[in-house]
Design a protein around this ligand. Structure first.
Ligand SMILES: *Cc1c(COP(=O)(O)O)cnc(C)c1O
Length: 362
């Protein structure tokens, strides 16, 4: 091919998503497969959101409101931050891409805990900047080591809280101590994709920093607790100054009319969110006790997913589970070749997971 791209782009390992249910059913001739691989909401979407999306379909010939006025107002009230602090994205993935495009130049360093969400690497490399990996300590983001790795080239730090794939958290106290040590011009991105599930009262919730002097960007999403992964709505919360810069780069119609309507309705549907949290927390507790009874090691979580140490090749367990019709995630690509990650499902899905695991591990 007579076309070349940068070395940085060539070094990107393509993102590997969880296996879609349809693909498994097609390849293995299985019906009623269970997917516990992508941390999705097992209850589906909020019925209020689905109704609002259906109602919005009469406007599909129109362009969406670029400012998403109604949704932004509702988020502003919900979060207690000014509307000017909020930037909507086509999923929070898009906010990550916009942040990298806005702030990173070749030669800049971005500190990433490892393992964490692989999208960070992809967007840092696509901006031609240099990812600096800091290994987790006891599966937890190591803030002390991150501070040690800061150099004059450090432009940005990603924290994922709770961390995907380990489910561990940064506490508010630890975060405040960290910020006090960090040079004030380093941008801190706190990805809170799973924050709604956290049960630990010490857990950092970072939207309040948008109204402080520090360049902190909180990422939130409708994809997980709100059950709208297929709709693609996420957002960043940050200072109005950073938000204004992000708005310049944001494609004007990056959230669709159904997406804006569905997200606004989902936010109002407290009942569905509470039901989701109940089902997920009960599901996690059920899975923990099932694994305890089997003496299988696992790592308790503050998210809706957790790691299980299978004591053997996670890729082999992944394959074995597929044949049982259960999709899990092998953690080999994340540096844990014996671990799988699953999210809490419905009660019947959780039982099927444990039964299938018994057959695969026997
Ligand atoms: C799922 C997930 C997201 C959400 O991405 P969307 O683009 O909003 O669907 C963001 N960060 C992490 C760590 C995730 O696991």
């Amino acid at each position: 091919m007579p076309i070349t791209v940068s070395e940085s782009i060539l070094s990107i390992a393509p993102y590997v998503p969880g296996k879609p249910i349809e693909e498994l059913e097609r390849e293995y001739g299985i019906k009623n497969a269970v997917k516990l691989a992508s941390n999705e909401n097992p209850l589906g979407a909020s019925p209020g959101a689905v109704a609002a999306i259906e109602k919005s379909l009469g406007s599909l010939h129109r362009y969406p409101d670029s400012s998403a006025h109604a949704l932004v107002r509702k988020l502003s009230a919900h979060l207690g931050v000014p509307p000017e602090a909020i930037v909507l994205g086509n999923g929070s993935d898009e906010i990550i891409v916009l942040l990298e495009r806005l702030f990173l130049r070749p030669g800049d360093e971005v500190i990433l805990p490892r393992p964490s969400f692989l999208m960070y690497d992809i967007s840092v490399l696509s901006a031609g900047a240099t990812p600096v990996s800091v290994p987790l300590k006891d599966l937890t983001v190591d803030l002390t080591e991150i501070l040690r790795r800061v150099t004059p080239k450090t432009r940005m730090i990603f924290l994922c809280n709770p961390n995907n794939p380990t489910g561990t958290i940064v506490t508010k106290a630890a975060f405040d101590a960290f910020l006090a040590e960090l040079p004030p011009d380093v941008i801190v991105v706190v990805d809170e994709a799973y924050i709604e599930f956290a049960r630990d009262p010490e857990c950092l919730r970072s939207v309040g920093y948008a109204t402080t002097e520090r360049p902190v960007v909180t990422l939130r999403t409708f994809s997980k607790a709100y059950g709208l992964a297929g709709l693609r709505v996420g957002y960043g919360v940050t200072s109005p100054e950073i938000a204004e810069l992000l708005q310049r780069l944001r494609p004007p119609f990056n959230t669709s009319i159904p997406a804006q309507a569905g997200a606004a309705a989902a936010l109002a549907d407290r009942e569905f969110l509470e039901k989701t949290l109940r089902v997920v927390h009960e599901g996690l507790d059920f899975l923990y006790s099932g694994l305890n009874r089997r003496s299988i090691r696992y790592f308790p979580t503050q998210a809706n997913f957790f790691l299980i140490d299978t004591g053997r090749s996670a890729d082999a367990v992944f394959e074995g589970m597929l044949r049982e019709g259960v999709i899990v995630r092998s953690m080999t690509a994340y540096g844990y070749p014996d671990y799988i990650r699953i999210n809490a499902g419905l009660p019947d899905e959780n039982r099927r997971f444990l039964d299938a695991l018994d057959r695969v591990l026997q």
